[in-house]
Design a protein around this ligand. Structure first.
Ligand SMILES: Cc1ncc(COP(=O)(O)O)c(C=O)c1O
Length: 352
């Protein structure tokens, strides 16, 4: 606290990211990173970028990257916005599209950055309770609102929502922006990108942090109608003209273009997930259905916090959320390599 702070700073409750431990011998299953490195073509592109040209600013419009993203999704460049991680893209979307009189709606159990952005930008919001199976019920969102946002699949539950339900929402809610945060969509969830041409109020965000193994590079993007994209560009150009540096652009372009590597890495994560779920169920865990690179699981005989601590003693880090209490029994476990999964299962066998 300091008298020098702007008043709003006193009221902020910042987001707390999952731990990034300094120890290297841990089985790190706590922040939904990809267990496999990025495509070798990405590494080569980054190496080529380490050159004298670094003295120059990057392209403020990141045109090369927008083209690669637009080509991948079958869209035009003016339907693409890029930013420094999808967190930054989301922040700009909150600022540019959700500051209205009616409250923003999002699930009560969801990505915990959403209420943080609301605090930063003074946006009213109304949390909408997930049903008893932790699912999003679209009917609960059919009420006056200044915008709607949810991840698909949701986080930290991992539960996917059918595309038909998203379309039902878009049909019924045409007066405000519906933002579908598809950070984890590539691990087996249907994407709403195919609805963009039909619904000018749909914005979809993606990240290169998960399926493309580039959490360290910080690149995310939004796809939607050019009018929505223009709003984001206006905010970005009032904030930081160069969010994508030369390395990020070069690496991200290579990642968007290496389809074979991407498909193979996603398929491997999904295969490991299927196997891990079976193993955990055999140990008595209840595991929620997952369309993501993580699972949300609880054991009826063991509290979530205690299990997390016991795994840590065996050098395994998973994520535990104390609040809301409905999810306190659950652990969020990132899908690692097969070897990491086996290590986890053996540790859990000794605990439960
Ligand atoms: C639902 C969701 N959206 C967005 C993000 C942000 O990802 P990034 O800023 O790495 O692109 C995350 C990160 O964990 C997430 O879980």
């Amino acid at each position: 606290m300091s008298k020098y702070w702007s008043p709003i700073v006193h009221q902020l409750t910042p987001y707390v990211p999952g731990e990034q431990p300094k120890l290297t011998n841990l089985v790190k299953l706590n922040t939904n990173e990809n267990p496999y490195g990025p495509s070798p073509k990405v590494i080569a592109a980054l190496q080529a970028e380490a050159a004298e040209t670094l003295r120059l600013y990057p392209d403020p419009n990141s045109d090369r990257l927008k083209t690669a993203i637009a080509e991948y999704h079958g869209l035009q460049n003016n339907q693409v916005f890029v930013g420094n991680g999808s967190d930054e893209v989301l922040a700009h979307a909150f600022h540019a599209l959700f500051q209205h009189e009616q409250p923003l709606l999002f699930p009560d159990i969801t990505y915990s950055f959403y209420p943080v952005y609301c605090g930063l930008y003074g946006i009213e919001y109304a949390p909408i309770a997930l049903n008893e199976r932790f699912e999003i019920n679209i009917d609960d969102y059919l009420r006056p609102n200044g915008g709607i946002i949810f991840p698909n699949p949701n986080a930290p539950t991992g539960i996917p929502l059918a595309l038909s339900e998203i379309e039902r929402l878009l049909k019924a809610n045409q007066h405000s922006v519906v933002l579908v945060d598809e950070a984890y969509v590539d691990f087996g969830t249907e994407s709403a990108v195919q609805l963009i041409q039909q619904y000018p109020n749909l914005l979809v965000t993606h990240t290169l942090s998960k399926a493309r193994s580039l959490a360290g590079l910080r690149v995310g993007y939004a796809l939607g109608h050019p009018d929505l994209i223009e709003a984001l560009i206006r905010v970005k150009d009032s904030f930081n003209s160069y969010p994508i540096d030369r390395f990020a652009e070069a690496g991200a372009v290579a990642a968007m273009q290496d389809h074979a590597y991407f498909n193979q890495a996603c398929a491997q994560v999904v295969a490991t997930r299927t196997h891990l779920i079976k193993e955990l169920q055999a140990l008595g865990f209840e595991v929620l259905p997952s369309g993501a690179n993580f699972i949300f699981a609880q054991h009826p005989a063991h509290a979530g916090e205690a299990l997390t601590a016991k795994l840590r003693e065996q050098n395994i880090i998973v994520r535990h959320f104390k609040k809301p209490s409905r999810i306190a029994p659950y652990l969020r476990i990132t899908i690692g390599t097969d070897a990491q999964s086996e290590y986890l299962v053996n540790a859990l066998k000794s605990i439960v």
